[in-house]
Ligand binder design. Sequence first.
Ligand code: FAD
Ligand code: SF4
Ligand code: SF4
Length: 496
Amino acid sequence: MSHPTPEALAEAACKELSSLKSRTVPLTPRDRLGIPVQEMPTQDPVVRRRNVQEVACGYTPEQAQLESMRCLQCKNAPCVQGCPVRIDIPGFLKLAADGDFEGACNTIKKNSLLPSVCGRVCPQEVQCQENCTVGKALKSVDKAVSIGRVERFVADLERETGRTKAPVIKPPTGKKVAVIGTGPASITVAADVRREGHTVVMFEAFHKPGGVLVYGIPEFRLPKRIVQAEFDALTAMGVELQTNFVIGRTRKLMALLDEDGFDAVFIGTGAGLPKFMNMAGENLVGVFSANEYLTRANLMKAYDFGRADTPIYRTGKVAVLGGGNVAMDAARTAVRLGADEVHIIYRRTEVEMPARVEEIAHAKEEGVIFHLLENAKRLIGDENGCVTGMECLRYELGQPDASGRRRPVEIKGSEFIREIGTVIVAIGNDSNPLIPRTTAGLGTTQWGNVIVDDKGKTSLDRVFAGGDIVLGAATVILAMGEGRRAAASINELLRK
Ligand code: FAD
Ligand code: SF4
Ligand code: SF4
């Protein structure tokens, strides 16, 4: 399939926009439905296999304007119902369609603190864009208005042109809040609480802040300079950041309240505990959790051969077990680290894959090989304890399970061997257990998620929580929504 160049897409958009602008009568809904969907310009797959630069290059101003003009300004705005933080989508698209990109960005920022991030990583096709009237009229969710891409464009433009406004901070209150973790839930809490004039200190176990945005999601999907810009804004607001600080080890949570003078604590420690398959051979050399593999490659910069010291295990054939975004990120990272072949092994079909459609398509373009209805049964090693192969089983789909997806059923006697030098297990994550284990009285579910009430408050007085530690592995925008709710409760508590 030919790959349209960014230049060709930009030129087509310029022509289309100037023809629409030359019209003397207003656009009808029918005209709007006829405006072509603006494709996201991307790096050529052959080139990007060997670099970590962002795959999606972003819209030009003309593309952003044209895409916004496709919006029908529906009165009931079903798109807004699909956005977990209820951004005024028709409102910002109207401004962008009129060329007021600054106004569009300001509208988004009333509800979302990280539009550059969410515009890139939100699973829009199952959120805001799923119910878009344009997509329904054109009978394909792929033809819905590309809300996320316009959101990304206006937010990037604001940052890149240095027009980001510093928020107004109320006078000091003398109250102090500890925020544990620095992922999207914690970033939201820190900003919302600091704006009220409270002192905020963030504690992060790693040497760099950002949570999964920095250690998990690869550079080629979310450039780290964007996350860093958010932290620069937080520190400019006066938020204090303590890295290499593990709450539960360096300091216990209750000591923050009882001895260190904090008035409230927010737990945003995420779901960073990898799940394993518990099969024979999982301890062999060359078997990784996706978390470890991605952390080495991203946060520890193993991709930067020759300049970073972080070792990474490199072999010709890599197998990734799983079908979610994490599996796609691990597979596409292995491609960039120079593997000859990267295989995704998934026991259902592509329809049931939880990964975003766009990530699956990008992985295929980059040469990742998909083996569906197949799973690993045991791993095989050599005399040095290194993984050399994998015994696999074939599957078929049975009746739907509790999740509504059809259950994979083993085909008896279908075992066969695949030769493999590296195995990356990407079948999900559980909540980080350290704080619940070291904090008496903190209520958790049987899966280790912290239990909160409808205001984000835990079973302990003055202790709040949100994000993946509460929801289990979820999404960036849901973590931000949780952070916003907890921050409102903390601000209310501290007003008393
Ligand atoms: P996290 O982002 O997990 O941050 C938690 C932070 O707390 C971490 O920095 C951790 O080091 C720190 N911490 C943990 N314990 C302690 C402690 N005891 N003391 C101090 N600090 C501590 N979501 C999407 O919406 N779209 C995507 O495309 C997407 N892709 C993903 C790809 C990968 C590889 C992964 C792993 C996740 C992905 N997600 C995606 C999910 C999303 O990133 C998470 O839902 C989100 O980051 C959760 O935010 P959080 O603030 O709850 O926690
Ligand atoms: Fe869509 Fe996410 Fe933006 Fe909401 S925050 S409008 S779900 S891209
Ligand atoms: Fe616009 Fe689609 Fe939302 Fe309607 S549903 S307001 S067309 S983005």
